[in-house]
Every structure is written in structure tokens, then in C-alpha cells.
Write a protein of this length. Structure first.
Length: 425
């Protein structure tokens, strides 16, 4: 029951946090029978949350063991279908936990269930795919030998790519690929387990890498982000629905990253100078790339904002407290960027649920009709407030652009054009 409530809550929360999600390939996941899903790991438990809400079937997730800090947390995560696994063996207790979780995973697969595993074993925000650990594949081979009736278990790769590791109102991509069959490696595993595990983990790594952004050179991460930022500005998906089912964005961004990696040091250094000059000027003037190419004001929206202002104020008063509290907790308590989004989103969602419950109870003592009307008003005014705040933020950004000297605006446009030209092959 808690699993489905959490899935519903996170579905709503993620729709509010991410502007768009690009999703493809989930038809590769069978509608019934055992399945192993493997994915890259860029954002702590957020990766599991995204896969969970996109899956039609119920799944179990292997999560890093140090998240299970005490008995209440362990029980809560167990209700949410999470199993602990430690990347490094640190004594008998850790080894026992891993063995218990892997036995549970085998049982789930033998009963026709889904397990989700992140073979990198640790989350990280860099656009890089770490080497895969082999535990999940060993688990799969052992689970496939089910008495006298061996079972075949498809392994479905998923690539996850975030526009930004912590920023709200950005995009995320979740692409699933064609399944690998464990049976293709079973004979090798029977004769030479080590070789078979090495082969399948290598093949799986390439499958996942093809579904995400991977830049193998850390020295070029910053320049890659500059190029991706400009591409995303030039291909805005503002008018599209929240869920976009295509791979066009992924293909464009992969081409950008491949081109970056193939550049010689001399060519790269020259293009890096142009990129650093433009983005340095943006930072100096506190201007975003979006404003440079979308500088015009929209008078019609100004009138609309004035008309919606009373409803927006009501929405802020009724809804802001739990979101401010959730943001405060994330800012003060989270020191790793790969954990920030998860704590931010979950904190806001939990605080909002408690806030709604408190208001319902207090107003319900006076009148349940008043309670129901207030809840409806909270939702409607909250959505209006969100639109109002986002639109007002965009208007302030344009006002900041208009406040710049004409020479500075011209310089920004010229530097952006130079960067765009330099990034082209």
C-alpha cells in the first residue's frame, strides 16, 4: 500500500520538479515474467523514483547500504521495495546484509518479478559511466538456475540523463534499450564464470552508455556543459507535454559529446576560449543564455500577471510553507549534489502532505464543506502561483537584460554567435 502511495506522490512531485521527461523504449520491458533492469546512477534515489513511476509493473530496487541508517528507516525502505547492497565489503555484518539482499533478489526473479540495479554501485553527477560491478549478473545467473526448470531472464538497459543535477524546472531523459538475454551467456558462465561475468558486464556497459551522455574525459566536462546549455536553449520544448516520447534530444546531445571528444587538443583549446569568454560574461552580468536569444518582453503576459496576482498571492500563502521548508532542509543538510534533488523533492512532498493533512483536520473541525473547498482552492491557486512565479522570474530576467548597456548586449550576442559557430563541426 505504501509503495503505491509513494509512487502516486512522486509522480505528482516529479511533474512539478522537472519541466519535461523524455521517455522511450519501455516497451522492451516484458509485461510479465522475471526482468533485471540495469541503469546508470547519477542522482541517488531519484534514479529509482523515475524508473519506478515510469514502470507499469511493481519493482524492487537495490539501493546503497549506507542509506539504511537505522531500523525505522530500514523498515520504511523495505515497504518501498528497496533492498540494501554495499559496494565494498566492510566486515561480516556488511557481507551478511549483501547475501540476504541477493537471496531476496533471486526469490523475486524466480517468482516472476522485476529488480532494478545500478551496477556502478555509487551515484555521481559527472557525465561519465563508471565500470560495472558484476554482482547483479551473478545474481541473475544463479536465479536462472531454478531447480530442474531453468528460466531465461531478460536484462533491460536504461540510460538516465539530467539537464542539471540539482536545478528545478529542467529536463530529464530516461531511455530503455533492447533487452539482453542471460541465456546467451549461460553456457559460458557454466564453464568459466569469471570470463562470462566480464563479458556480460562489458556488453551491458556499452548498452547503457548508448542510452545516456558519457564523456570519458573529465577535463572537458565544463565545455560539454556549455555546449549542451546552448543546444537546449536553441531547442526549447516549452509547448510540448510533460512526457515526450522521442530520442531526438538524446541523439543531438550525444553528437555534441562525441564531437567534443574527437577534437584535437589544439582545436579544443581554441573553442574552449570562446566558450569561457561567453559564459564568463553571462556570469558577470547575471544573465542566462535563454535571455540572450529571447530578449523581447511580452505585454500580454504582463496584463495576465496583474489579473492573476490576487490568486497567485492566495496560492503562495496557502502552499508556500512546505516548499520553503523542503528547500531549506535540502540547502542546509545536503552536501552532495547527487543527493540534493532527491532530498529536495521528497522533503517538499512529505511536508506538503503533512501540511494538507493539518489544514484538513483544522478546517474539518468547523465544516467538512469548508475543508473540501479550501483543499480545492489550495490546488488551483497553487498551480496559478507556480505559473505566476515562473513567468515573473522570466520577466525579471528580461528586465535585467534590458538594463544592460547596449554595448554589453551587443557583445553578448556576438560572443554567443562565435561560440555557436565554433561548436559546429
Amino acid at each position: 500500500m505504501l509503495y503505491y502511495f509513494a509512487k502516486l506522490m512522486m509522480s505528482v512531485a516529479l511533474r512539478m520538479f522537472y519541466r519535461h521527461v523524455h521517455v522511450t523504449g519501455f516497451h522492451h520491458i516484458p509485461e510479465k515474467g522475471p526482468v533485471i533492469i540495469i541503469a546508470n546512477h547519477q542522482s541517488s534515489l531519484m534514479d529509482a523514483a523515475l524508473i519506478g513511476i515510469l514502470l507499469k509493473r511493481k519493482a524492487w530496487f537495490f539501493a546503497r547500504g549506507d542509506v539504511f541508517i537505522n531500523r525505522p528507516v530500514r523498515q520504511l525502505l523495505r515497504w518501498l521495495h528497496m533492498l540494501p547492497v554495499h559496494g565494498h565489503i566492510r566486515g561480516k555484518n556488511t557481507r551478511d546484509v549483501n547475501e540476504s539482499s541477493f537471496e531476496a533478489g533471486k526469490a523475486i526473479l524466480r517468482k516472476g518479478g522485476i529488480i532494478v540495479f545500478f551496477p556502478e554501485s555509487t551515484s555521481h553527477v559527472e557525465r561519465e559511466l563508471y565500470a560495472f560491478r558484476k554482482g547483479v549478473f551473478r545474481l541473475g545467473f544463479d536465479a536462472a538456475v531454478n531447480g530442474s526448470q531453468p528460466i531465461d531472464i531478460p536484462v533491460v538497459p536504461i540510460g538516465i540523463t539530467y539537464d542539471h543535477p540539482t536545478r528545478a524546472n529542467t529536463g530529464v531523459q530516461v531511455h530503455a534499450g533492447e533487452a539482453m538475454a542471460l541465456s546467451d551467456y549461460q553456457q559460458d558462465y557454466a564453464s568459466n564464470p569469471a570470463q562470462a561475468l566480464l563479458r556480460i558486464s562489458r556488453d551491458a556497459w556499452y548498452r547503457v552508455e548508448s542510452l545516456m551522455l558519457h564523456i570519458g574525459n573529465p577535463d572537458r566536462f565544463e565545455t560539454a556543459e556549455q555546449r549542451l546549455t546552448i543546444d537546449r536553449t536553441d531547442h526549447e520544448y516549452g509547448s510540448h507535454p510533460w512526457r515526450i516520447q522521442d530520442t531526438h534530444k538524446l541523439q543531438r546531445e550525444q553528437a555534441i559529446c562525441r564531437g567534443l571528444l574527437n577534437e584535437s587538443e589544439e582545436v579544443y583549446a581554441e573553442k574552449k576560449i570562446a566558450g569561457d569568454a561567453y559564459f564568463g560574461l553571462l556570469k558577470k552580468n547575471e544573465i542566462s543564455d535563454e535571455v540572450v536569444i529571447n530578449e523581447k518582453t511580452q505585454p500580454g503576459k504582463t496584463v495576465l500577471l496583474w489579473l492573476l496576482a490576487p490568486f497567485a498571492v492566495a496560492g503562495i500563502v496557502l502552499n508556500a510553507f512546505p516548499f520553503v521548508l523542503g528547500r531549506y532542509v535540502a540547502d542546509k543538510k545536503v552536501f552532495r549534489p547527487d543527493f540534493y534533488s532527491w532530498i529536495h523533492v521528497v522533503g517538499c512532498a512529505l511536508f506538503y502532505c503533512m501540511w494538507v493533512l493539518l489544514i484538513t483536520l483544522l478546517t474539518g473541525l468547523m465544516s467538512w464543506w469548508l475543508s473540501l473547498a479550501l483543499l480545492v482552492g489550495m490546488v488551483i491557486s497553487g498551480l496559478i502561483a507556480r505559473y505566476w512565479l515562473l513567468t515573473r522570474r522570466a520577466q525579471r530576467a528580461r528586465a535585467g537584460w534590458n538594463a544592460l548597456a547596449p554595448e554589453t548586449r551587443g557583445e553578448l550576442k556576438a560572443k554567443r554567435l562565435a561560440v555557436v559557430k565554433s561548436f559546429r563541426p
